[in-house]
Design a protein around this ligand. Structure first.
Ligand code: NDP
Length: 292
């Protein structure tokens, strides 16, 4: 193996320890504990698991958490009322709406309603708009791309002037990751399902952020020697040696890529743990903004 492994589990734990220490300092100074409200609509098992994991992280870090579990057939109006109530609730510092929402609901309108000071997922059009504008700062950066950039910086990868290729252009990962890299003075190419000759585009990259949800698609010989590879993908690969019958792999063929890359994140244990760590960091920031 030539690549240096970027240990997301360890780096996420350092972020969490730092957040917990800051919360302890704030509460010792008589301030209320930062509190995160999670809104879950419907019965999707994966969404419920993510919301539970976020609540558990809050508890571990000394943060407050509340959850609003709403029926799958809730009306747009009733959901908007829940958001407005949470906006007005002074005991709540951060609000996240677990996505995706059932298809009858207007996701954009819901996200737009979240007060910008409480938008700890960073998905409101106002936060994303600020991220996209030169010289403007969003209050909150979306957690997964925030985690990707944090991992690069912690590993000592030079972003300024680098050729970066982002695979995927979703609102929650690819697009904000590309905007963050541009903000840090990388030269960025964004690839998607209509990109031609993906392998050759990737071969130019000093930094690759892969977020396409296609199991082990990026092959070792697509990677420039020494490049930094951040693998966001989470895919289940059948594996008879596991009790569950599968194991998690990324969008990059790790065994091939680790022989060529300069830096690489594993799956699991790379970007995954960073997402919740950055959510905790954002929620602390929300409390600091609202109650300096
Ligand atoms: P989406 O499905 O929303 O977006 C996938 C993107 O990949 C789209 O832009 C799509 O292009 C592009 N794409 C799909 N197929 C190809 C292809 N063959 N070649 C090039 N581009 C392609 O996914 P997400 O952004 O939500 O998630 C991506 C992955 O990251 C998933 O595996 C997901 O599980 C994981 N993830 C991990 C997180 C973590 O915490 N580690 C958090 C969030 C996601 P087009 O726009 O043209 O359709």
């Amino acid at each position: 193996m030539t690549a240096q492994l970027i240990d997301g589990k360890l780096i996420a734990q350092q972020v969490r320890d730092e957040v917990a220490a800051n919360i302890a300092k704030r509460t010792a100074a008589g301030k209320s504990k930062p509190t995160l409200a999670a809104v879950l609509v419907g019965e999707r098992v994966d969404s419920a698991t993510y919301v539970r994991a976020k609540g558990k992280a809050c508890e571990e870090l000394g943060m407050g958490s509340v959850s609003r579990h709403l029926p799958a057939d809730i009306s747009q109006e009733d959901l908007e009322k829940v958001i407005k109530d949470l906006n007005a609730d002074k005991s709540v510092n951060g609000i996240l709406v677990q996505l995706p929402l059932p298809s009858h609901l207007d996701e954009e309108r819901v996200l737009q309603l979240i007060s910008i000071e409480k938008d700890v997922d960073g998905f409101s059009p106002l936060n994303i708009g600020r991220l996209a504008q030169k010289g403007r700062e969003p209050l909150f950066v979306p957690c997964t791309p925030f985690g990707c950039i944090y991992l690069l910086e912690q590993a000592g990868v030079k972003i300024e002037g680098a050729n970066a290729v982002v695979l995927g252009r979703s609102n929650i990962v690819g697009m904000p990751a590309a905007l963050l890299l541009i903000g840090k003075n990388a030269t960025v190419t964004v690839c998607h399902s209509r990109t031609k000759d993906l392998a050759n585009v990737i071969r130019q990259a000093d930094i690759i952020i892969a977020a396409i949800g296609k199991m082990e698609m990026v092959r070792g010989d697509w990677i420039k020697p020494g490049a930094a590879v951040i693998d966001v993908g989470i895919n289940s690969k059948p594996d008879a040696t596991k009790k569950s019958g599968y194991r998690l792999v990324g969008d990059v063929n790790f065994d091939e890529a680790k022989e060529v890359a300069g830096f690489i994140t594993p799956v699991p244990g790379g970007v995954g743990p960073m997402t919740i760590a950055m959510l905790m960091k954002n929620t602390l920031r929300a409390a600091e903004i609202q109650d300096p």
